[in-house]
Design a protein around this ligand. Structure first.
Ligand SMILES: Cc1ncc(COP(=O)(O)O)c(C=O)c1O
Length: 403
C-alpha cells in the first residue's frame, strides 16, 4: 500500500502565488511576485543590499546526497526543519523520500501542520500545558511525537493525555554527563521508558539521542565521544526493546549509520540531519563527512572606507549568522564584474554593520561583496524570502521561511 504524501504539495505551491512586498528585505522594490523575480540577475537586477540568496544546484545536490545516503544505509530520514523552516525545502525532502520531519518546538510543528505535514517529531520535551494539549489533540490528524527524559516530563504529558483518544507517541531521550538534555545513562533512561509504558495516554515510540552535543570537530577525541553516545543509545534501544531509534545531525551522519548498522531486531533507524541542506563555508564545511556544497550567501555593499585598510558593509548581526564564525568574503562585484577576493576578512559585526579588514585596498564604496556563512541554523530566520539562483546568478525560484 502506498503511503499518503508526507506534506501537502499543493499548499506549499500556493506560497508562490503570494505577493512579495516591503515585508521582504533585499528584494527589488519593483517586484511584486515570484514571477517578477524569476529571470533577474542577483544582485544587479534591482535587488537592494543586504540580500541573501540560495544556490539552487547546490541545494539540489545536498538534498540528493542525503536521500541517497539514507536509502543506501537503510535509514528513515526525518530532516530537522528548524534549520530552514521552509515548506518548499520540506517538500523537496519529502519528494526525495523523507519519512517524517523533525522540529524543535510545538510552534514549529504548527507551521508544518499548516502545510499538511502528517508525521512530525518534536525533538524536545513538551511540558507547557497548552502545547501538550495541542500535541494530544493533533493526534487525531497527524502523528506528532515528542521527547521525554524524566518521569516528571512523562507525568506532565500523561496528566493531560488521558486514557481516551489516540496515545501520544514519545521517544525517551538519552544523554551522557556533560551533554545537553537526556536521561543520564541507560538505567535512568530505561526507568523513563517504564514510566511511559505504565502511562495510559502515552505510547513508547522509541529512543533518541543527539551525538552533535558530544563533538564539534573530527578530532579523535570528538569521534570517540560521539561513538560512545551512539553505542549507549543502541544499548538503550536493546534494553527497552524500542521499535525505533533516532539520532543524527549533519556533523556525524556516517557515525550514526555505522552505529545503527549494529542494531538488533526490526528497529526503525531514523536520521534527523537539518543543516546539510544549505551546508556552509565554516563549521559544517569542516565537520561534514560528505562533499556537500554551501548554498547560502549574503550580498552587501561597501558603504564606507573611512580609513586605509578598513571598510564597512551594510550587513550585520540581523542579516548573517555569527554564533560560530564570522562571514567569509567570497567575491567582490564592481560594475557588475566579479573580482576575486585576496585578503578581505570580516573582523566584527554590529547589528547593521560588518567591519571589513582590507589591507590590500581591494574594495571601494559601491562594490558588492558576496559572503559565505558558518552555521545555517542561525541564518535562515533572518530572511523571510530567499531568491534561489542558478549558476549564472539568475533567479529560478523564491523560498519562503516561517520562524
Ligand atoms: C536534537 C537535534 N536533532 C537534530 C539536529 C540537527 O543537527 P544539524 O543542525 O547538525 O543538522 C539538532 C541540531 O541542533 C538537534 O538539536
Amino acid at each position: 500500500m502506498t503511503e499518503p504524501d508526507l506534506i501537502d504539495y499543493a499548499a506549499v505551491e500556493r506560497l508562490r502565488a503570494e505577493p512579495l512586498d516591503w515585508r521582504y528585505k533585499g528584494l527589488p522594490p519593483d517586484a511584486a511576485s515570484v514571477a517578477d523575480l524569476v529571470g533577474r540577475r542577483l544582485p544587479t537586477g534591482g535587488f537592494t543590499a543586504p540580500v541573501a540568496s540560495l544556490d539552487g544546484p547546490a541545494l539540489a545536490g545536498n538534498l540528493d546526497r542525503y536521500a541517497a545516503f539514507c536509502a543506501e544505509r537503510g535509514l528513515s530520514f526525518a530532516p530537522h526543519l528548524k534549520t530552514t523552516m521552509a515548506p518548499a525545502l520540506a517538500a523537496q525532502q519529502a519528494r526525495r523520500g523523507a519519512w517524517a520531519f523533525t522540529v524543535a518546538t510545538m510552534a514549529q510543528a504548527r507551521v508544518l501542520r499548516a502545510f499538511g505535514a502528517r508525521r512530525i517529531l518534536i525533538a524536545h520535551g513538551v511540558v507547557d500545558p497548552v502545547a501538550v494539549d495541542w500535541v494530544v489533540a493533533e493526534q487525531e490528524h497527524a502523528e506528532v511525537y515528542c521527547w521525554v527524559d524524566s518521569p516528571a516530563a512523562v507525568a506532565v504529558l500523561a496528566g493531560r493525555a488521558g486514557a481516551t483518544g489516540r496515545p501520544v507517541p514519545v521517544f525517551v531521550e538519552l544523554g551522557l554527563p556533560g551533554g545537553r538534555t537526556g536521561a543520564r545513562g541507560v538505567p535512568a533512561a530505561a526507568e523513563v521508558a517504564r514510566a511511559v509504558e505504565a502511562a495510559p495516554g502515552l505510547r513508547l515510540a522509541g529512543v533518541a539521542g543527539y551525538e552533535g552535543s558530544y563533538g564539534h570537530d573530527r578530532s579523535s577525541a570528538a569521534l570517540a565521544a560521539v561513538r560512545e553516545h551512539l553505542a549507549e543509545l543502541v544499548r538503550l534501544a536493546e534494553a527497552v526493546d524500542a521499535a525505533a531509534v533516532t539520532a543524527g545531525g549533519s556533523g556525524y551522519p556516517d557515525l550514526v549509520a555505522e552505529a545503527f548498522d549494529g542494531l538488533g531486531g526490526a528497529r526503525r533507524a531514523i536520521l534527523r540531519s537539518g543543516a546539510y541542506v544549505a551546508h556552509d563555508h565554516g563549521h559544517y564545511a569542516h565537520i561534514s563527512p560528505f562533499p556537500l556544497e554551501p548554498a547560502l550567501r549574503v550580498w552587501a555593499t561597501v558603504v564606507s572606507t573611512p580609513e586605509t585598510g578598513l571598510a564597512f558593509l551594510n550587513m550585520g548581526k540581523r542579516d548573517v549568522s555569527y554564533d560560530l564564525d564570522l562571514p567569509l568574503p567570497l567575491t567582490v562585484l564592481r560594475d557588475g564584474m566579479p573580482r576575486p577576493v585576496e585578503q578581505l576578512t570580516v573582523t566584527e559585526l554590529n547589528d547593521q554593520h560588518a567591519y571589513l579588514s582590507d589591507p590590500a585596498g581591494e574594495v571601494q564604496v559601491g562594490d558588492w561583496v558576496c559572503c559565505g556563512i558558518s552555521h545555517p541554523c542561525t541564518m535562515f530566520e533572518q530572511w523571510q524570502a530567499l531568491p534561489v539562483l542558478d549558476r549564472e546568478h539568475t533567479v529560478i525560484d523564491v523560498v519562503r521561511t516561517f520562524f
